[in-house]
Design a protein around this ligand. Structure first.
Ligand SMILES: [Zn+2]
Ligand SMILES: [Zn+2]
Ligand SMILES: [Zn+2]
Length: 105
């Protein structure tokens, strides 16, 4: 079973290394590091909404948007950094800090 998981993780890793768009919609990518491909990913202690790779130490944001419930992933180009709080902006245009870029366009 575990080897199948690893094979699948490797495939996803290779796919999203080349094409980062869509990482947010792939639930498996919550536990795959995009830097080293490791699946040893845990929630970062004391930093809510952040995950950290236990293998290489890379950490990134991945959490649910409080406005629409969709997944926000800091590695996805469709989730740019928020200029107000530094976290990530959801595809709905909102950030959990209250910033709404859809209203300012
Ligand atoms: Zn890693
Ligand atoms: Zn949203
Ligand atoms: Zn923000």
């Amino acid at each position: 079973m575990e080897s199948t998981d690893r094979e699948n993780a490797k495939k996803l890793f290779e796919k999203y290394r080349k094409q980062r768009d869509g990482i947010r919609n792939c639930p498996e990518m919550a536990s795959i590091c995009l830097i080293c491909g490791s699946i040893h990913v845990i929630a970062k202690e004391g930093d809510s909404g952040m995950l950290i790779c236990r293998n290489c130490g890379f950490s990134w944001y991945r959490y649910e948007c409080s406005a629409c419930g969709r997944t926000v992933d800091g590695r996805d180009p469709k989730n740019p950094g928020c200029r107000k709080c530094g976290m990530r902006i959801c595809t709905c245009g909102r950030c959990n800090c209250g910033l709404d870029i859809s209203a300012t366009i």
